[in-house]
Design a protein around this ligand. Structure first.
Ligand SMILES: *Cc1c(COP(=O)(O)O)cnc(C)c1O
Length: 393
């Protein structure tokens, strides 16, 4: 694990190593027994003790700790420039653990008006039943977030870029708002990944990931993560992770660790392909609006350019003809697979209003009916452009 808290976007660890190198090596020490260059999948629940309490390497029971998960957790901490990383069974399991660690009945959280539908559902339908209050604010406007604070605000939650509207929030500005209120800034960094954006270095207190997405990168695993710098908060989270039990299993941890090794090259290609697609869409006669932070006309473009290395692989757009037309575009796509989720090497298309964000209908997080969301993969960009052109008709 690294102690670096660098403000450089091309963050380097304490040994001066750069992101691509950390991604491949952090946590990936050769197996002491055999020299295997990749951490083995320790598919095991319990560990032989050398006399009562005589643990080998601290391992006792795999809910508490497992060597494959440890490898991933060290890697995650290093990638985000944090002191502590924790791996969970899903992104929502990580969020649930974080909320139950940070909050008590009567506490208040500011949440974004654009976010992953499941995050909103967790606040609106689950933690609210336990007396946690929340306000919805436009987190792209730090003044709106400040106005939403109460004397019980314990956390400000932000997703940047956001899902599915690709809104951009200024992490450094919101970090200052959070500090002035004695609250913690939580950044869901799923869309950017630590290769493109490093929230802890910008002033965030907690980074959340659905490792299901870009970190895993191959649509073959569901997982989540939390990364923090504050060692006391790290201990509290680890306590709750063990007490609540929604840990990443050894094989899932291994798959995420494997995916991360190619994160940097994948994100470069995702960003290149998405830029080409956003540019094509912005001149297409049937497209009324393109939402991609890489486009100069995007309202968050300048902030994104300041805090991100590139603009990522997610593109949303609105089409002429309303909901039926948007659904028809999704149905006609062939190379873009119609499906939920994102961040894999293969391109996906979906209709957020009826699919990923159906649970936000009627709420302040409801999404436009004519919206289509793309997770742009790393296929050949000419093939992707041709498929979208035919799907738009
Ligand atoms: C998918 C997603 C989540 C939830 O993660 P799961 O692994 O599906 O539980 C949280 N935030 C964002 C931005 C996501 O895209």
């Amino acid at each position: 694990m690294t102690d670096t808290h660098s403000s450089d976007r091309d963050a380097a660890d304490a040994g001066g190593r750069s992101f691509e190198t950390i991604a491949i090596h952090a946590g990936n020490t050769a197996d002491p027994l055999t020299g295997a260059v990749v951490p083995p999948i320790y598919q095991v629940s319990t560990y032989k003790q050398d006399g009562v309490g005589g643990l080998r390497g601290g391992y006792e029971y795999s809910r508490s700790a497992n060597p494959t998960r440890t490898a991933l957790e060290e890697n995650l901490a290093a990638l985000e420039g944090g002191r502590r990383g924790l791996a969970f069974a899903s992104g929502l399991a990580a969020e649930d653990c974080l909320l139950r660690t940070l909050l008590a009945p009567g506490d208040h959280v500011v949440i974004p008006n654009d976010a992953y539908g499941g995050t909103f559902r967790l606040f609106a339908k689950v933690v609210s039943r336990w007396g946690v209050e929340f306000s919805v604010a436009d987190t792209s406007d730090p003044a709106a977030v400040r106005a939403a604070l109460t004397d019980r605000t314990k956390a400000i939650w932000v997703e940047t870029p956001s899902n599915p509207l690709l809104g951009i929030s200024d992490i450094a500005a919101l970090g200052a708002v959070a500090r002035s209120a004695g609250a913690r800034l939580v950044v869901d960094n799923t869309f950017a990944s630590p290769y493109l954006q490093q929230p802890l270095a910008l002033g965030a207190d907690v980074v959340v990931h659905s490792t299901t997405k870009y970190m895993g990168g191959h649509s073959d695993v569901v997982g989540g993560a939390l990364i923090v710098n504050d060692p006391d908060l790290g201990e509290e989270l680890a306590y709750h992770q063990n007490a609540m039990g929604a840990v990443a299993g050894p094989f899932d941890a291994w798959l995420v660790l494997r995916g991360i090794k190619t994160l940097a090259v994948r994100m470069d290609r995702h960003s290149e392909n998405a830029t080409r697609i956003a540019e094509m869409l912005s001149t297409h006669p049937r497209v009324t609006r393109v939402l991609y932070p890489g486009l100069p006309e995007h309202p968050g473009h300048e902030t994104a350019a300041k805090q991100m290395k590139a603009f990522g692989g997610m593109v949303s757009f609105q089409v002429e003809g309303g909901e039926e037309a948007a659904v028809a575009v999704c149905d006609r796509a062939k190379l873009f697979t119609l499906g939920e989720s994102l961040g894999g090497v293969e391109s996906l298309i979906e209709h957020p209003g009826r699919m990923t964000h159906a649970s936000a209908a009627g709420s302040p997080l409801e999404v436009p009916a004519d919206l289509v969301r793309l997770s742009v993969g790393i296929e050949n960009s000419a093939d992707l452009l041709a498929d979208l052109r035919q799907a738009l008709g």
